[in-house]
Design a binder for this molecule. Structure first.
Ligand code: FVH
Length: 289
């Protein structure tokens, strides 16, 4: 199988298609707005005008569209042409959307694997681009794995089609948490005249690196359900985070990014974990608590 069809030529879809063209695949490309395909056609991509043509051109189909609705709107245009195909859906969505799409695609006589791309377009093809996959048939994944490996490091998680989405969104949540901290910390420091964001990175980057190592210890406490403090108890940290909020207010920086964690830490402290490590917050992550 050295033929492949790519649906979606946004920033990421273009990078995926370009990689297969570079690797010598007969690469068919489809996009809702066909004019976006021109640069790839010039490199050797074959433009499919209809969804049915795109599906007919290859047994291995990759979708990388904006969202779940765009996937369904696209595939609905040529449902009978799905039969016998292996559909790799790299479109961001929720686990339940992935499970639902999987069920529907399989009911059309095709294989379905959902994927989550942990990379930006420039990283596609490098081992640092990690692509998470899950789908009800591990054999279907094995059959196409060598083709998927051209995009980066492939990791098949398990046979729940929703797993790749769940892990993708969880990793993105970690990233956005980091971004929140970056923006708040940088805004605080920049309230002092003469400071620069770039200069502050000399302190922030190594500090976050050190704290990243600490996550392993917190994870172990969570897995063992043993939150005994290693030296930084919750009540002390609640007081410290309260000072971040006050200092933000003093310099006119929003405390919005830090207030949610402070709220959960206070609940944990009031809920019997004042002497525990911050890892006990995990006990207070459910909506109802
Ligand atoms: N770019 C990134 O850094 C991230 C990295 C991690 C993975 N994400 C996900 O990849 C999906 C596509 O992202 P993208 O960056 O390629 O997104 P855009 O450049 O905005 O392109 C969107 C494509 O989707 C097409 N599209 C939108 N709506 C529809 C629809 N109703 N029917 C059919 N196609 C649709 C759009 O077509 P057009 O506007 O050119 O006609 C683009 O091809 C995404 O899930 C990320 O979360 C990327």
């Amino acid at each position: 199988m050295s033929t492949i069809t790519l649906f979606g030529l946004g920033a990421m879809g273009k990078a995926l298609a370009a990689k297969y063209i570079e690797k010598g695949y007969t690469t068919t490309i489809w996009n809702r707005t066909p004019s976006r395909a021109t640069p790839l056609v010039e490199k050797g991509g074959k433009l499919a005008i209809t969804v049915a043509d795109g599906l007919a051109a290859s047994d291995l189909i990759i979708l990388c569209l904006l969202d779940n609705d765009s996937v369904r709107q696209t595939l609905d245009q040529a449902t009978p042409a799905l039969k016998g195909k292996t559909i790799i859906n790299l479109t961001n969505g929720t686990p339940s959307q992935a499970r639902e799409t999987s069920e529907w695609v399989i009911s059309q006589g095709a294989e379905y694997i959902h994927g989550g791309i942990m990379a930006v377009p420039d990283m596609i093809g490098s081992p640092h681009a990690v692509l998470l996959y899950s789908g009800s048939s591990a054999e279907a994944f094995s059959r196409v794995e060598t083709h998927l490996n051209h995009l980066g490091t492939s990791k098949f998680l398990d046979t729940d089609p929703g797993s790749a989405s769940l892990h993708d969104l969880a990793l993105l949540s970690g990233m956005y948490g980091l971004f929140s901290g970056f923006f708040h910390a940088t805004a605080l420091v920049k309230s002092q005249p003469g400071t620069t964001a770039s200069g502050f990175m000399q302190l922030l980057t190594p500090w976050l690196g050190a704290m990243t190592h600490y996550l392993g210890a917190l994870a172990k406490q969570i897995d063992e359900g043993d939150y005994a403090t290693q030296g930084s108890n919750m009540a002390m940290q609640v007081a410290g985070v309260g000072n971040i909020v006050r200092a933000s207010e003093e310099v006119g920086v929003t405390a919005e990014f830090i207030l949610p964690i402070l709220g959960r830490m206070k609940r944990a402290a009031e809920g019997g974990y004042a002497d525990a490590d911050v890892s006990a917050v995990i006990e207070f992550m459910k909506e109802e608590k």
